[in-house]
Design a protein around this ligand. Structure first.
Ligand SMILES: Cc1ncc(COP(=O)(O)O)c(C=O)c1O
Length: 368
């Protein structure tokens, strides 16, 4: 993490300080109100709960500090992705999306954008480096991709997409703005599921879009206001609290992931290990460059579906759940969702457990 990123995070922790008066709460209040006192519409401030809420404002301030850009909060990662796509595309446009990224983005594009006249083109993440973006209105990338952990050279792809006249949207969920900064590398918008590491405790869904073009960000706020895809104040409070420990949690999660990946690499039952932090990994070139480190996600394949399910069921410190980035390590066999991966492929998200007991549990479950 660069010193600039660390400074941004320190500012995040104290962002409320300047506006606090004597006796004000340090934690942001949960403002559960649909309406606000409004004797006049001229006076500014809050006026209706679909337009704004002080609890979202607090999270958006944190996210804006992290992204070094304007941030608009949404009630889930998919709500943020939908907002970014619907705000940038119109009938006749060509959209490039990854064939191997988060599958709901593909279903959304095929099921809702294509019928409105958007031409949706899917390409594997590994092919972004050589893809022809001629005629594209939006190039959407996800790096490292979920679950395959293939990586796009963001600056190179953004430059080529821009030269072709496209806007570039990056899903930064697997890295977070602390570990990777797509806007600095030429992307127009970042989308993210803050459900994952930013909130980090498996208790809330949330998302955001960030960008530096004021016109585009106004369009995103308009989309939220008109579609009604608004976060709740309690959810915003939980994300605000989660974000305060993001840097600390990531430090543990990424360090443990690196340790566990190195040990899995030596294990006779583990095949096809993917962890960008390993020198042998095809995505390793990005570590220390666009990626601050290898992250907290890894993927590997056991003999077959039964071996993978058995391992997950036996390991007491891996939650069998379909998400990642939380305090608890979590794993799942991705083929059960139809991802184009081997039947025995497991996506493992490393949590904040002390690494040695976690590794002992993994090693024991692999040995059985
Ligand atoms: C890379 C990626 N983007 C977006 C999402 C969607 O986030 P949410 O579940 O908060 O809608 C996910 C969820 O798993 C994801 O993995």
């Amino acid at each position: 993490m660069t010193s600039e990123t660390q400074a941004r995070f320190a500012r995040l922790l104290h962002h409320r300080k300047a506006s606090l008066g004597q006796g004000d709460p340090i934690a942001p209040p949960i403002v559960a109100s649909a309406t606000f006192h409004l004797p006049s519409v001229q006076s500014g401030g809050q006026f209706y709960g679909r337009n704004g809420n002080p609890s979202w404002d607090a999270v958006e301030t944190q996210l804006a500090l992290l992204e070094d850009a304007e941030a608009v909060a949404f009630p889930s990662g998919m709500a943020a992705i939908a907002a970014a796509l619907f705000a940038t595309l119109r009938a006749g446009d060509r959209l490039i999306i990854p064939a191997d990224g988060y599958y709901v983005t593909r279903i959304l594009s095929d099921g809702f954008l294509a019928p409105l006249g958007v031409k949706v083109v899917q390409i594997p993440t590994a092919d972004y480096a050589s893809a022809d973006f001629t005629g594209a209105a939006v190039v959407y990338l996800e790096t490292p991709s979920n679950p395959g952990l293939d990586v796009v050279d963001i600056a190179a792809v953004a430059a080529r997409a821009r030269a072709a006249g496209a806007r570039i949207i990056a899903d930064n969920t697997t890295m977070t703005p602390l570990l990777q900064r797509p806007l600095d590398l030429g992307c127009d918008l970042v989308v993210a599921a803050d459900t994952k590491a930013p909130a980090g405790h498996s208790d809330v869904l949330f998302g955001h879009v960030a960008g530096r073009d004021p016109g585009l960000m106004t369009r995103l706020r308009d989309w939220r206001r008109m579609s009604g895809a608004i976060p709740g104040p309690f959810e915003a409070f939980l994300v605000h609290r989660g974000l305060e420990t993001l840097e600390l949690r990531l430090e543990r999660m990424c360090a443990s992931a690196a340790t566990i990946a190195a040990r899995l690499a030596e294990h006779p039952r583990v095949r096809g290990l993917r962890y960008p932090g390993l020198a042998s990994d095809p995505s390793h070139w990005a570590c220390g460059g666009q990626m601050a480190n290898g992250g907290f996600l890894l993927g590997f394949t056991l003999a077959d579906a039964a071996a993978a399910e058995g391992f997950l069921a036996r390991c007491p410190y891996i939650e069998q759940s379909t998400s990642f980035g939380a305090t608890h390590s979590a794993g799942e066999r991705r083929a059960r969702w139809g991802d184009a991966v081997p039947e025995g492929f497991i996506r493992l998200s490393i949590g904040v457990e002390p690494v040695e007991p976690l590794w002992s549990a993994i090693a024991a479950a692999l040995a059985d």
